[in-house]
Design a protein around this ligand. Sequence first.
Ligand SMILES: Nc1ncnc2c1ncn2[C@@H]1O[C@H](COP(=O)(O)OP(=O)(O)O)[C@@H](O)[C@H]1O
Ligand SMILES: [Mg+2]
Length: 162
Amino acid sequence: MKATDKTYVIATCNEEDTIKIGAIMASVFENRVIAICGDLGAGKTHLAKGIAKGMGITRHITSPTFNILNEYKTNDKTFYHMDAYRLTDAEDAYEIGIEDILEPHGITLIEWAENIIDTLPQGYVSIYIEKGEDVNKRLLFITADKESIDRMANLIYENTDR
Ligand SMILES: Nc1ncnc2c1ncn2[C@@H]1O[C@H](COP(=O)(O)OP(=O)(O)O)[C@@H](O)[C@H]1O
Ligand SMILES: [Mg+2]
C-alpha cells in the first residue's frame, strides 16, 4: 500500500447489493489484481460474482475452494478467480503458477489473499469485507490509488441510491 492510496468504506445491505457494487468495480479496476480478505461467509465470492458480471461474464461463478484457480474468458478479457485459503505461503503460490495471472488482461481476484500477500504486484487493489451486526449487512473497505477510488465513488453515487 502506498501513502497516497485511499480507502473507501461502503455498507451493503444484502448479497444482491454486494453483487451490484462488484459489477460497478469491474470497469474501474480493469487489468488489476484484487486481493480480498474477510472471514468465511463474509461475501468474498459474492463480490467476485458481481465483478465477473460487470466484465460481461455470463457463466455461473463458483467458489474455487477445491480447484484453487478458475478462469473465465469473455471476448478479449480474462477473469481469474483464485482462492488461496489452502495455500500457506509464497512458495505454494508459485507452485500453482501465480506469476501467470498477475498481469491480467481483465481482472485477477484472489480470496484469502493474506495467505500469499508477498507474491502480489505493487498497486494491487485491497478489499476487506466485515460482517455487520445485521445478518445481511456487510462493510467493504476498498483501498487503491486515489484516482481509481474517486472514480468508483462517483460511479456508485450515480448508479445506486446512495
Ligand atoms: N451484504 C451481503 N453481501 C454478501 N453476502 C451476503 C450479504 N448478506 C448476506 N450474505 C450471505 O453471506 C454469504 C456469503 O458467502 P460467500 O460470498 O461465499 O462468502 P466468502 O466467499 O467470503 O466465504 C452468502 O450466504 C450470502 O447470501
Ligand atoms: Mg469464497
